[in-house]
Design a protein around this ligand. Structure first.
Ligand code: 1GP
Length: 253
């Protein structure tokens, strides 16, 4: 399905390495689900979480946000609406360039698998089918410009982040996202701790077309309101969904 970002103010980050609440009905109040974590994620647990959510809520957009190409398969890609790929500005080169080039190289290397046929890649017809399959797949990718601001988080360790950005640098990264890299999403990531509105305000002043997401430490309605008032299009809520589903409901606008 096409994602209507204008209707998304609340995103739930579901960690496939953690157990899901027995009663998933609370997800009926969120606008989009991102399946991804920073530790212990596998293709199998990702696919299981995606399928369980998609089965319970067929109309809810579900995206996979892997931190490694090993979490992704033709099955996970088929099961999700978009494959969200973080490009971390303040991380190491692997997390801004290398992982992505390796992923697309892999996509380009497997045309037979993508077309669902074992016919060798000979002849124009087969070749054009393979190109269509590659195009379908690449069009599913949703590039996210990321700034990881909690240095103590698993996300920072996983993406090689050693220094956080100043608000001026966050603003620069946002401006580059919209005017230079042309990524559709800019994500201020405070995973595990509440960062407040300052970075969101810095980023929001430069974003018209780019969707601005903030995630990290949101546990209460007042925090959601503060972040949305600062100019974010949507908050991303993770830990509290797993830890306290009743409290999680309070984060939904
Ligand atoms: C993590 O931004 C998300 O990637 C949400 O953060 O888990 O702290 O809610 P929390």
């Amino acid at each position: 399905m096409t994602i209507d970002w204008s209707a998304v103010t609340h995103v739930t980050k579901v960690d496939p390495a953690e157990s899901l609440p027995a009663d998933l009905s609370v997800l009926g109040h969120t606008d989009l689900v991102l399946v991804g974590g920073s530790d212990g994620v596998t293709e199998a647990n990702s696919l299981a979480a995606i399928e369980r959510i998609a089965e319970a809520f067929p109309d809810l957009p579900v995206c996979q946000e892997p931190y490694s190409g090993s979490h992704v398969s033709t099955d996970t890609i088929e099961a999700v609406d978009r494959l969200a790929a973080p490009a971390v500005y303040n991380g190491d080169a692997e997390n801004f360039v290398d992982k992505h080039v390796a992923f697309f190289a892999e996509v380009g290397r497997k045309p037979q698998e993508l077309t669902g046929t074992s016919v060798p890649l000979v002849g124009d017809l087969v070749e054009s089918k393979a190109c269509d399959a590659v195009t379908d797949l690449t069009e599913k990718v949703l590039a996210e410009g990321y700034v990881v601001q909690n240095l103590d988080s698993k996300a920072a360790a996983e993406s090689g982040v050693e220094e956080r950005y100043s608000p001026e640098e966050v603003a620069g990264a946002a401006l580059a996202t919209e005017s230079f890299f042309d990524f559709p999403v800019f994500y201020v990531e405070y995973s595990g701790t509440y960062g407040g509105p300052e970075d969101v305000e810095a980023a929001a002043q430069y974003l018209d077309d780019t969707v601005l997401l903030y995630g990290g430490g949101i546990e209460r309605a007042a925090q959601t309101e503060e972040i949305l008032d600062a100019g974010a299009d949507a908050v991303v809520v993770g830990d509290i969904f797993h830890d306290d589903p009743e409290q999680y409901l309070d984060t939904i606008p």
